[in-house]
Design a binder for this molecule. Sequence first.
Ligand code: HEM
Length: 367
Amino acid sequence: MDFLKQLYDWIDVRFGVREVVDEKRSGHLLPPNINAWYSLGSVLLVIFCLQIVTGLLLMLYYVPDIDKAFGSVAFIMDEIPLGRLIRLFHAVGSSMMLLVILLHMFSILFMGSYKAPRELHWLSGFFLLLLAMGISLTGYLLPWNQLSFWATTVATDCVSSIPFVGSDLVELLRGGKQVGFHTLGRFYTLHVGVLPATIAALIGTHLFLIRRTGVSTPPFGLEDTTNQWQGDKFVCKDHPDGIPFFPNFVLQDLISISLYLACLMMFVFFFPNMFIPSTSYMPANPLVTPSHIKPEWYFLANYQTLKLFPSEIVGLTVQACAMTFLALLPFIDRGTEKHPLKRPVFTMTAIGCILLWIGLTIWGLYS
Ligand code: HEM
């Protein structure tokens, strides 16, 4: 213990750690009624870092070439020590990241934390959701197996129904008429370079905005007297009776992160085939179309919606309108009430939309 104290003193003299820790303890007080849902943002930060680390390790052996990609992934899985584990952490982690993003969004929806002055927190988060879907889509093609090849063919095909520019856009995305050599190169560049850098920059913006306004006060059991509008000015102060971020809320963050890691390991160790089905063990063959091509679970609702409409362009327009509405929600819903039970129309509509999305996903899976 003495040694640890000496080490801490040594670091403190050089870095002034005590000052920073004390400032965090007393200077950054969170709402006293803050709840566990507020730790999902930290869980997402950890997931993003884990995806970067496992992704970099996979890059040591992965070869982005249509003749070698499948073999290089098989080599990682079968020959490299811990290779199977790292690949599964990365593949399962991408699905889990989308799941946690959705939970983070739902909690913000029901607690009304997207409302003014947090419109840009929501908008930057919305773009993070789109980018997370993009990074998962581009990563899905990289193992170059039957499932990933045909799922990418179907997904990129949808773009062709956009009037006037559709076919040019598909060609730009694929680097040719069909999914092939150039598609793999483009998706690889997006997946390992462009998208992670853009996501990191956007996370930085998201955190900057949160630091500026402080986190919202949950609408349960306490009136927010510290963070308030005074005329058209928003006054953001620390909660005088609040709880310190460090160590109190950090403990909550650590509990949520541990729970997340336990779930991730449960899927990786006991149900890996849920994420890597049997068609993933066959190399891509552009001449043989598998009987059931399904996109990943997070695209199933979009995929099923497209099938419901007589023409793809109608299906795409409906989805584009729904997504635009979701992105602009804080600008449309200007009410100040945040408690879910005190705004029943919103709450019922939100629950209805979530159930519809779940229903379409299950329908897409079994259709
Ligand atoms: C990689 C994805 C994301 C990361 C790393 C992230 C991170 C965070 C963190 C650390 C917080 C502060 C603590 C908390 O309330 O949880 C937060 C808050 C927030 N996030 Fe995210 N987030 C992500 C995605 C999203 C998405 C998809 C949305 C919505 C479309 C969103 C909207 C918000 C809003 C409105 C807040 C403010 C909540 C409040 O003040 O109570 N975020 N986020």
